[in-house]
Ligand binder design. Structure first.
Ligand code: ADP
Length: 350
């Protein structure tokens, strides 16, 4: 199992930085079985997975009660106005790319503050796309300080805790659960801004980039944020039926967990050859694409983003595509979709 340790040696923090955050030892024993329900769970010591576990006796007898961390998370989340989950059924459909474009577009309004939380624990790509490689998280008396892309755009990712971006994380569910909880509890999103007062939101948007599918990480984030409230989920797919099939599972997950669905974005929808201007459907929408799925299920279709190779290039070098190529059809699509998302979250409470 790969341990997350503070950076050391040449890959370590810059000279002069003495305080680097590291995950606290969590309450999941190293020798826990694969489906350990977590020592705080009501099922601890009693679940099928607990049979034969060396900690079973301790878990059965340990006092249980409401998770004492939930009020701490609720207090932390008071500084955040809108919390949006970005979901996809499959990997590689452009979810992290979309999260980043959404973040940059939100942050282009300098009067607002945007934060990105990357909980794709096993494949964090947000730091590269936001141009934040080789960053480390610093601990202060108020918590973990996120990395800043600009004055009004910050990010927290598991990658900032790894000794190198090549380090693989092989964690069981409960341990990932512990890290996500720690992100929600310990990250000081205000980054030392004004003193927080209980009725003042300092962060306008928290965008949570999730792993593909419906995983332990999804259950964790939805569970931990239940009391603070999630504004909604944006689901990313390609037009292909194999991707849409997994989107149905994502929709079912949101419905079961009572997470409102803001809408569905269709990414990689067609490619226009720059030489001959012929359009090709690389991921052919054999069943009508995301629009047909939304019509069938009564969901909001937020729009389609075409394939543009410059998007991939911008992601690799950590640049904002919507700022670099504002006139491109893909940027126009992103901005139209993002305007709908902002409009939808602005409606809350009205
Ligand atoms: P996911 O988060 O769903 O796994 P990524 O955001 O990492 O997917 O995107 C997968 C790859 O596709 C990346 O190389 C990204 O740059 C590229 N990509 C995403 N959207 C587009 C697009 N509309 N046109 C071209 N490339 C894209």
């Amino acid at each position: 199992m790969t341990e997350v340790l503070p950076p050391t040696g040449s890959a370590g923090p810059a000279a002069g930085i003495t305080s680097v955050a590291r995950p606290l030892p969590d309450q999941i024993p190293e020798n826990a079985p694969e489906h350990c329900p977590g020592v705080e769970s009501d099922a601890a010591g009693h679940a099928n997975a607990c049979q034969g576990c060396p900690n079973q006796n301790h878990c059965q007898t340990a006092p249980k009660g409401p998770d004492p961390d939930l009020p701490i998370i609720r207090e932390r989340m008071k500084c955040i106005n809108s919390k949006i989950l970005i979901l996809s059924g499959k990997g590689g459909v452009g979810k992290s790319t979309f999260t980043s474009q959404l973040a940059w577009a939100c942050a282009s309004d300098h009067a607002t503050q945007t934060a990105v939380l990357d909980i794709d624990v096993c494949g964090p790509s947000i730091p590269t796309i936001l141009g934040l490689r080789n960053q480390y998280v610093h601990a202060s008396s108020s918590g973990w300080t996120p990395a800043f892309v600009s004055d009004n755009l910050s990010c927290m990712s598991v990658e900032f805790l790894l000794p190198s971006s090549e380090t693989a994380i092989i964690w069981r569910g409960p341990k990932k659960n512990g890290l996500i909880k720690q992100f929600l509890k310990d990250v000081d999103w205000t980054g030392g801004m004004d003193e927080l007062t209980s009725d003042k939101c300092l962060i306008d948007y928290l965008l949570v980039d999730t792993p593909p599918g419906t995983t332990d990480e999804h259950l964790s984030i939805v569970g931990f944020l239940r009391e603070s409230g999630i504004d909604g989920a944006v689901i990313i797919t390609t037009p292909q039926e194999v991707s849409l099939q997994d989107v149905r599972k994502e929709i079912s997950f949101c419905n079961k967990m009572h997470v409102p669905i803001i809408g569905v974005v269709e990414n990689m929808a067609g490619f226009v050859c720059p030489a001959c201007h012929t359009r090709s459907d690389i991921f052919y929408p054999s069943t009508g694409g995301a629009q047909a799925l939304c019509d069938e299920l009564g969901l909001t279709f937020l729009g389609s983003v075409p394939i543009d190779p410059r998007i991939a290039r911008c992601c690799d070098v950590g640049e904002s595509f919507v700022e670099e190529y504002p006139e491109s059809p893909a940027s126009e699509a992103y901005l139209s979709i993002i305007a709908k998302i902002k409009e939808r979250v602005a409606q809350k409470g009205t």
